[in-house]
Design a binder for this molecule. Sequence first.
Ligand code: GAL
Length: 849
Amino acid sequence: MHFNKFHSACSLLILAFITTVSSNVFSQSHPIKRMGSLNTVSFDDAWLFARFGLQADGTRKEEPAGLESGSFNDAAWQKLSLPHDWAITGPFRIELDGGTGKLPWKGIGWYRKHFTIPAADANKKIFIDFDGAMANAKIWLNGRYVGTWPYGYTSFRMDLSPYIQPGKENVLAVRLDTEQWDSRWYPGAGIYRHVWLVKTDPVHVDHWGTYITTPRITEASADVNIAVTVRNHSKKDARATVRTELYELDAANKPTVKVAEMKATVTDLRAGEQKVIESQSTVNHPKRWDIETPNRYVAKTTISIGGRVIDTYHTPFGIRTLEFTARNGFLLNGKRVQIKGTCNHHDLGALGAAFNLSALTRQLKMLKEMGCNSLRTSHNPPAPELLELADKMGFLVWDEAFDAWKKGKRKNDYNQLFDQWHEKDLTALVYRDRNHPSVFIWSIGNEVMEQQDVALTKHLVDLVYKADPTRPVSNGYNDPDGGRNSGAAVALDIMGVNYFFGQQRKWDADPRYANKPTLGSETSSCVSSRGEYFFGTDEYKNWQISSYDYAKPGWGCSPDEQFRTNARYPHLLGEYVWTGFDYLGEPTPYNSDETNLLNFRTDPNKKAELERQLELIRKNNPPSRSSYFGIIDLAGFPKDRFYSYQSHWRPELPVAHIFPHWNWPERIDSITPVHVYTSGDEAELFLNGVSMGRKAKSAGKDYRLVWDSVRYQPGQLKVICYKDGKQWATDEVRTTGEMKKLEMSPDRTVIKAGEDELCFITVKVTDKDGLMVPRSHPVIHFSVEGAGEIVATDNGDATSFVPFQSHDRPAYNGMALLIIKAKKGVKGKVVVKASSDALMTGQTVVTVQ
Ligand code: GAL
């Protein structure tokens, strides 16, 4: 059923829903490790790696012939486990492009894996599932070519069955080539997401072979439909019974209460045939999936032949309604939800692109804490785990396919693949993700060059509808006038506008778009460096950016200005801030990437000004290698802006946040503006107990309170915030003493053994009273004894060339991050120390169990 059916004059109602994941052992008392086919096992361990072509130091190493051959001697190759990003070890090189992180990610990587499959599996189908491999993957098994998947962000499956040797050693070889890939941000390099081996009976549920929809939902009951694609890969006809049961699914992925059972279908499948079997059932008193109460269900589908279950497949899903309106924003389960979203790239800071569940979980927890309720996967398909986390944690997801179509922004970006691959890539994204309740909008692109192309837009929208007609399709426009004038935007269900929001009134007056739900697919692009404050008109110094949160590129605006604009257009769906986290690459304004000019394609004066700035940057070659856009820095430390968003997005939470810090010995008696973010509406500031005045916000206009004539005196700066005349929240900063100690706070005290879990330890440089010394940068040495080891260190400084793997790192404005993991196969205590000359050593203990 096409959701456009639900279009009313000004509303688009989608009654639908869904999900996907995968597992090993099903029992109602066991959590499902991986959704999808039950017979899915991790294939991450025991790989061998070698790098050819461009090397980390810029030299070239010839790629010999025959690396795919089963008999090639790979004994000297590097042993590793996936996920793996071969470029994150650097080194950072000043001559490399800051736009992609100044890291040597271009090269040719080969991965090989020796493995055996029991002889008893000779009749099984054997598949390998890659969640993502960067880029241009080519795969061989036992020297025979299996297939290719060039787009590094797509999850894909290869059928190994024709080439496998059951009972003997098999050698899988994967060649990746990032020399033939160009990006506007750091893409990473390697098999950077998980890999899975799937063994099935010849008759089985196809890859991403279930599709769940909920076409009718009321308080009393919800209809649940499942379409199961069953394949008979054998040479014989088969009579199979397809049966689906529905369970509630808890946060640990454990199916709990059985809520419904679909009528079993008996079907005859000829040899080689594939059939879609549809079944329905009703869930009584459905527990809705919502951002506050992300209730999930799981469908357990079995296929039996002759009474024997030969395949089991799990599909998590949620029951919720989506409604997108042009006049009243977005409604989830009938209730208005303002989109308070962030755009995020896929890298995980010091870990590079190598996926890690605890690292992503840590990020999403911070975003949730800030009040963010939606994620835009800019500008490509995310790791599948992101969707599962979003389902569990209650985030809505704008799931995006491309940053370029046929005409590239860079020479070797998606434009090289578009003709041959766009249908496969787009369909793979929708098939993989269409059962996730969190996914609520599909995006076919970001600022693509063909924004005005009516036919191409429609073609891509239709491809999405073919795979999933239950959700709207959007596109992020940086030339919204062009897209609207040409009529290309007519094909979309939702208009996504990057930055140029202020023209909304004009667009609302255009009858073609008056009923088009619209949202800010990218907003603000404020830039700042954590803990840096410059005064007067200065915003930029030493390749850092002042954290008073006014700095922005020409197309951007401060969060405050964006909130004011949003307030003028309350009927819009909301916004996606660029970005939640700093990311590797794109260090605007110290970025010489000329694709930024595209933001001014219709304004020659602004374009010329930006061209001049870019020329200057090229000449100066800044050391900047990661972005300044993040509300949270690359190490995961909130910048001041975090509290601006938290105050605005969580008005019920008492928030008060003063900045800057109060260590300015060189500014005694100089004017040092004090700003406060608060969810209150008034506040009084005190310097050393003396009132600096009480200020009130004007609703819809002020998103911070400013005392701009405070003359600096060391001591204590305290703010008392009020809401509706009552005291609401307070904050204070103090001038600190000299640095004396290193304090460590781990984000967990227990690491589970054998699960790739990471522990993130924040290190603060403090004075004798435990106050963080804001402008301190001592070099810290990290050491770990016992059951753990160091994975990476960081400090959030966008200009640091210290490798992320280094055990020595300077603090940046008083803070540093240490990431540790458990040693393989070891349990027990991990004693972690941080030391620095003349400072008291910090210590913390974490247990691996
Ligand atoms: C947008 C673009 C993003 C990022 C951002 C920086 O135009 O879509 O990918 O480049 O600008 O402000």
